[in-house]
Design a binder for this molecule. Structure first.
Ligand SMILES: *[C@@H]1O[C@H](CO)[C@@H](O)[C@H](O)[C@H]1NC(C)=O
Length: 297
């Protein structure tokens, strides 16, 4: 009798608290199939400082939606993280830190993977993004990857004006913090500018940060204008304003402060404590993809 009680208590705990397995069971149905391996390449830019926090949050949540298609770009080796990412952790060798040249070097490495894989779609995200890969593919399916497409959220209200040797140039760019997607046709055209560190070199020459530089290359040099999609979100927006029941339609979400005073998080039922779910991505993932989430509040 007692043994049965203890056993059922143990089973109950096993069922409720091993959330990564719990996710896994649900997520299997929505996971991208191997046959779709060349439909999409996603790169996530991170840094060693965030391996145990932001990168871990992604590895446990939305990475599971397309583990064969998602690659992390960082600045150190990390066997533990690499293992949970199925060997998809790439040390760019660009060096640590957030200097402009290092970030451009990392973006160059991401673009190198885009040009190597030449999948239908190539998307960049940051390590503080939550990406609903299912919605992302539905959105991208509205466009033809054999045409040139540069899709994301415009970073500024007005186009950037840049003084160059050949006069003033004006262009729009998509903010890296909300995610950026490029069609295969466009990636193919970018190859010669990206090869041999060409993108990073262009960045040092023009003194532009990575996402603006990408805008310069695509909108100005290749004359492909930015297509703005409001389903991409960065931490510069008030994320709690997105209606809970519209979250499933969003391509990317984020977390973090746009202002030091504000804790900027998506509005979902809180299923995991703040200590283990600082960005609330675990709760969000559960809300979007699981029929049953732990009940904490
Ligand atoms: C991750 O694992 C892959 C495959 O074993 C390896 O090629 C790569 O160098 C590793 N990356 C890091 C950053 O540890």
């Amino acid at each position: 009798m007692e043994v049965t009680v203890i056993l059922s208590v143990l089973l109950w705990f096993a069922a409720h608290f091993r959330f990564s397995e719990g996710y896994g069971r649900v997520v299997r149905d929505v996971r991208l199939q191997s046959k779709d391996s060349n439909r999409l390449t996603i790169t996530v830019k991170t840094t060693s400082k965030f391996h145990e926090s932001r990168a871990r949050d992604i590895a446990d949540t939305w990475f599971q939606l397309a583990p064969e298609n998602i690659f992390f770009f960082t600045d150190s080796f990390d066997d533990k993280l690499n293992k949970s990412l199925g060997g998809h952790l790439i040390n760019t060798g660009c060096g640590k830190g957030h200097s402009r040249d290092r970030l451009n070097c990392k973006t160059n490495a991401e673009l190198d993977l885009f040009t190597q894989r030449l999948s239908d779609w190539a998307c960049h995200f940051d390590d503080d993004n939550y990406v609903n890969v299912k919605t992302l593919l539905n959105v991208l399916d509205l466009y033809d990857h054999n045409q040139d497409w540069y899709i994301g959220k415009s970073s500024t209200q007005r186009p950037v004006e840049l003084d160059t040797k050949n006069g003033k140039v004006t262009f729009w760019f998509a903010t890296g913090g909300a995610g950026i997607c490029l069609s295969r046709a466009l990636v193919r055209k970018m190859t010669k500018y990206v090869a041999n560190g060409g993108f990073a070199k262009m960045g040092s020459y023009l003194s532009l940060p990575d996402d603006m530089l990408l805008g310069y290359l695509i909108s100005h040099k290749l004359s492909v204008s930015l297509t703005t999609d409001n389903r991409f979100h960065s931490h510069f927006e008030d994320l709690a304003l997105i209606d809970r029941f519209e979250l499933a339609e969003q391509v990317s979400l984020s977390a973090g402060s746009y202002d030091k005073q504000v804790h900027n998080l998506v509005d979902v039922p809180v299923a995991f404590s703040t200590e283990i779910d600082k960005q609330r991505f675990r709760s969000l993932h559960c809300f979007l993809f699981s029929k049953r989430c732990p009940d904490i509040v």
